[in-house]
Design a protein around this ligand. Structure first.
Ligand SMILES: Cc1ncc(COP(=O)(O)O)c(C=O)c1O
Length: 382
């Protein structure tokens, strides 16, 4: 048997290498300054009202209040769970919803079990790590395509299909808004392509949930395109201010995932207070028009001040500052000036496209945005 020190020696040498490359990660809990980095777009994570409503929902459902006690297929299911899923399905105009313990679990579970041998998955080159990890576990073949480029996707599909026989199903994986770039997919173009060819379109709405649509239903519902998506992912850890995720689709898809989706089957269900928080957050979403308007106003102001005219309404903004050391330096100066802004380093993003990822929120003020933008311009110039 290996001695512990030799195990540690190996791990330490890998960590040292990581440090030498300037890529070392460490946990931090000293958040200081104005929040321009969290995904709490509408301020629900800090909402006392949501906390209170969560308590009210819990009180409406008697029984366990702490742990779920098991997987949903064993002891972890409840009426609260099912009522919440029905409410989510109705909210997003879907036949059904299935809750997962996180968005990561949902993507991992979906992509590892729904596309099967004989199927092909084409995925946007910038999709989230959870989708890529799910695809790695799938028995389907997979190919990436150029970010947000439906023309490149069509070309890729025809090249691949010209060398394959008996392809069963084709899945297309995209996000409606991208977490590291804040840009928005040409959703209608994806829908047109998939409708014409009977492809299975799968959309991740992690950063659109709660933010877009009249009630915060997301971008797909805002465009009225729900029926063209085979599956849609909504996550609750960002604008909804809580935790967890749901996949919306047909009842058969839900039934299939309950039977074959390993992260769903082999994990303890979310505890009742988490489900109550999700239900309460969904109940609050339609009443958050003022927050959504503020968010849009702040987003527009940021775009105008950084004067590139390229910003559409998106809570995620990026300022490209090539080089891990340089982007870290700029973020550190901003932090010293009172703005909590995080650098995104390579290899999380491609080398040369290191960036500040700035998230704007409904609770940020116009003055805060003005000050932040003028500091960024000052530092950038020097
Ligand atoms: C596009 C996208 N999908 C999925 C996830 C995973 O969601 P969760 O944080 O709930 O695991 C994230 C979170 O960072 C994301 O940005």
């Amino acid at each position: 048997m290996l001695k512990n020190d030799s195990n540690d020696e190996f791990l330490s040498s890998v960590l040292e290498k990581r440090k030498a490359e300037g890529l070392y990660r460490e946990l931090n809990h000293s958040y200081q300054g104005i929040d321009f980095f969290s995904n709490d777009y509408l301020g629900l994570a800090r909402s006392k009202h949501l906390l209170q409503k969560t308590g009210e929902v819990l009180e409406q459902y008697s029984g366990l209040i702490n742990g779920a006690t098991g997987s949903r297929l064993l002891s972890g299911n409840s009426k609260l769970y099912e009522d919440t899923e029905n409410a989510i399905a109705e909210f997003h105009n879907a036949e059904s919803a299935l809750i997962f313990n996180s968005g990561y679990d949902a993507n991992l579970g979906f992509f590892s079990c729904v596309p099967a041998k004989g199927d092909i998955i084409f995925y946007d080159e910038l999709v989230h790590a959870s989708i890529r990890d799910g695809i790695r576990l799938s028995h389907a073949e997979s190919f990436s395509f150029l970010h947000n480029n439906v023309y490149a996707l069509k070309h890729k599909i025809s090249t691949v299909l010209s060398t394959r026989k008996d392809v069963k199903r084709i899945f297309i994986s995209m996000e409606t808004i991208y977490s590291m770039d804040g840009d928005i997919a040409p959703i209608q173009e994806f829908v047109d392509l998939c409708k014409l060819n009977n492809y299975y379109l799968v959309g991740d709405e992690a950063h659109a949930s709660g933010v877009y649509g009249e009630k915060g239903e997301g971008m797909i519902s805002a465009l009225g395109l729900e029926e063209y998506f085979f599956a849609r992912l909504y996550t609750f850890g960002k604008a909804l201010g809580v935790h967890g995720a749901a996949i919306c689709g047909t009842k058969v898809l839900r039934e299939y995932m309950i039977n074959f989706c390993r992260p769903f089957i082999y994990s303890t269900a979310l505890p009742p207070h988490s489900i109550a928080a999700i239900k309460a957050s969904y109940e609050m979403l339609p009443g958050l028009n003022q927050e959504r308007e503020n968010l849009k106003k702040i987003s527009d102001l940021f775009g105008e001040l950084m004067n590139e005219g390229k910003y559409v309404f998106s809570p995620i903004k990026t300022i490209i500052i090539p080089g891990n050391n340089e982007v870290r330096r700029v973020a550190e100066i901003l932090r010293q000036k009172g703005f909590d802004v995080r650098p995104i380093l390579s290899p999380t993003v491609a080398k040369g496209s290191e960036r500040l990822r700035i998230c704007v929120h409904a609770f940020n003020t116009e003055d805060e945005v003005r000050d932040l933008c003028s500091e960024i311009k000052n530092i950038h110039r020097n």
